[in-house]
Design a protein around this ligand. Structure first.
Ligand code: 13P
Length: 251
């Protein structure tokens, strides 16, 4: 059985005070659902604030990106060992906003995934097509490319630790979520690709999150799909009243 994983990607939102207050409310809710893994990914400057709040709680701390080198002359960057040192257990890699605005490629995603694993961080590797790609019938091609290049050179043992987030770009922040059937279709493809690169046993272990306009009113049907193991949430993770129902999706 795969442990459900609900992660809040706060993106460029929440100062230290807002982050601390929100994290506190999430911690209380998460204690009531120990069977669900809850992750909060604040901006770097709020990591320490959130770390203090989630310490000794079931909630895990994640970062939104990292660089693949450990240290050196890379002004403005943060490395995997430093995120680990800051209390992170997970890190989002290859989010579509980073691909779109910051020139992230499948090759840089692959380097980052490897560096994250080497430092003992769990990468949440994001994959997903844009609207023109979907309309051109390229979903399978794009998602396969993201998956196979992103995971290139990893052992089955390493792949078993990775979390995949399927985030169709057209569903992010648009209020237009993929239907549970559309999402399941791609999640099934992702699991097939995982089986191809790491064998069926590993593929069964890997958790695949859906992301893109996940809200309290659609989480249940999404999570009911056999290959949807969690959610990576943007907008609805910014308020306790919309994120707590996601954490408690079973209730
Ligand atoms: P929304 O939930 O705001 O659509 O964002 C999804 C996302 O990008 C999470 O990483």
């Amino acid at each position: 059985m795969r442990t459900p994983i609900i992660a809040g990607n706060w993106k460029l939102n929440n100062n230290q005070e807002q982050a601390g207050d929100l994290a506190q409310q999430i911690v209380e809710a998460a204690r009531e659902v120990p069977e669900v893994e809850v992750v909060l990914c604040p901006v770097y400057t709020a990591l320490e604030t959130v770390r203090r709040v989630v310490e000794h709680s079931p909630v895990k701390l994640g970062a939104q990106d990292m660089f693949w080198e450990e240290s050196g002359a890379f002004t403005g960057e943060v490395s995997a060992p430093l995120l680990k040192d800051a209390g992170c257990s997970l890190v989002i890699i290859g989010h579509s906003e980073r691909r779109q605005f910051f020139h992230e490629t499948n090759e840089t995603v692959n380097r980052k995934v490897k560096a994250a694993l080497a430092a003992g961080l769990i990468p949440i590797m994001c994959v997903g097509e844009t609207l023109p790609e979907r309309e051109a019938g390229k979903v399978e091609a794009v998602v396969s490319e993201h998956m196979l290049n992103g995971l290139a050179g990893l052992s089955s043992g390493e792949i078993s630790k990775v979390v995949i987030a399927y985030e169709p770009v057209w569903a992010i922040g648009t209020g237009k979520n993929a239907t549970p059937d559309q999402a399941q279709e791609v999640h099934q493809l992702i699991r097939k690709l995982l089986a191809k690169v790491s064998g069926p046993e590993t593929a069964e272990k890997v958790r695949i999150q859906y992301g893109g306009s996940v809200k309290p009113d659609n989480i249940k049907t999404l999570m009911a799909q056999p290959d949807i193991d969690g959610a990576l949430v943007g907008g609805a993770s910014l308020k306790a009243e919309t994120f707590i129902p996601l954490v408690k999706f079973k209730g």
